[in-house]
Design a protein around this ligand. Structure first.
Ligand SMILES: *Cc1c(COP(=O)(O)O)cnc(C)c1O
Length: 359
């Protein structure tokens, strides 16, 4: 960056030398004036994730949701139509269903596994989905989504939070915008809230301007922490994924578990690190959650520690009841974020809780 900022430090204010130097900010090459309109630490994070996703440009924002908002607004305006997958993360669903519609943007939620083309309207401009869905871990057929988008000249946007660039790089396949809740694996330690959006220079420049105007910049210190977390993404993911494969297998064998949701295939690097189980028929959910010992019940995921969350009560409580039922967000559905601990500790603790809860 122009002024030679050292991103080993956190930068909040940027001194200008004189009137001419102030004018330079607006008329010259992009540099730094004030954190809401740009900051070396947040730029470092945006670019680092863009590099991992093999995309030219990226921005970091205050949360996954603000990155989604900036991305969508860089493509869509009032009167346009967004075709979104019906099994999105609950917060994204609320943003699309309750806020975008208030700006005069039309949104339909449909199954991307069915015939997508029948839902395309004359004002459709964007297809929005997740590479691995939350919490049922459906792996999106991105090639099919891209093919349809090309045919109808639509833009595409994918939430790659669960897969991370370690498993999937949607931009390299032809997806226009890739978004992350960096709160999850990108940061990796459950100690920050951040979002990242990557894509081509043109779309990212537009999204950056939206963030400036909406005030959804990330704090420099959070960016600095997230960059620090990002340095270990590959080693964390390798261990997360290896543990998760073993945990999924062990849970399949437990009689208290009705069903294990774990992808059959994501990429050569593995199948991801979230395992979701349904215990509605064979176990008591309350007893299970009370018997987890050191495994914490939380409303987030993807930290180095194993945690469980309860989609019906948290992330997916805002979905319409009919959609919850259709998708299988049941009373006994538990999403387990597999950490990097000794896998035998994880398996024995989960087995113990399931033994206790078995009906
Ligand atoms: C958590 C999450 C989000 C929202 O991110 P925040 O950082 O909480 O705003 C979006 N998409 C997915 C898949 C998530 O898991």
């Amino acid at each position: 960056m122009g002024q030679g900022f050292d991103t080993k430090s956190v930068h909040i204010t940027m001194k200008r030398n004189d009137l001419e130097d102030i004018e330079n900010f607006y008329t010259g090459e992009r540099d730094y004036l004030y954190t809401r309109v740009g900051n070396p630490n947040t730029d470092e994070l945006g670019q680092a994730v863009a590099d991992l996703e093999e995309a030219p440009a990226g921005i970091a924002t205050s949360s996954g949701l603000s990155a989604i908002m900036a991305g969508i607004l860089s493509i869509v305006k009032s009167g346009d139509h967004v075709l979104a997958s019906h099994d999105l993360y609950g917060g994204t669903y609320e943003l699309l269903a309750n806020e975008l519609t208030g700006f005069g943007i039309e949104v339909s939620f449909v199954s991307f596994e069915e015939d997508l083309e029948q839902h395309i309207q004359s004002n459709t401009v964007l297809l929005y989905t997740e590479s691995i869905t939350n919490p049922l871990l459906r792996v999106e057929n991105l090639t099919k989504v891209i093919e349809i988008a090309k045919k109808y000249q639509l833009k595409t946007m994918v939430d790659n939070t669960f897969a991370t660039p370690y498993l999937v790089r949607p931009y390299t396949l032809g997806i226009d915008l890739v978004v992350h809740s960096a709160t999850k694996y990108i940061g990796g330690h459950s100690d920050i809230t951040a979002g990242v959006l990557v894509g081509n220079d043109d779309l990212i420049a537009k999204a950056r301007q939206k963030c400036v105007n909406l005030g959804s910049n990330l704090s420099p210190f959070e960016a600095w922490l997230t960059v620090r977390g990002l340095k270990t993404l590959a080693v964390r993911m390798e261990r997360h994924v290896r543990n998760a494969e073993k945990v999924a297998k062990a849970l399949e064998a437990h009689p208290a578990v009705d069903r294990v949701y774990y992808p059959e295939y994501v990429s050569e690097q593995g199948k991801g690190a979230i395992v979701t189980i349904d215990i509605t028929e064979n176990a008591d959910i309350k007893t299970f959650l009370q018997s987890l010992g050191w495994i914490k019940i939380v409303a987030t995921l993807a930290g180095v520690e194993t945690t469980v969350s309860y989609p019906l009560g948290t992330s997916h409580r805002s979905l319409p009841k009919k959609t919850q039922e259709k998708l299988g967000i049941t009373e006994g559905l538990i999403r387990i974020s597999i950490g990097i601990e000794d896998v035998e500790d994880i398996i024995s603790t989960l087995n113990h809780a399931l033994d206790n809860a078995k009906k």
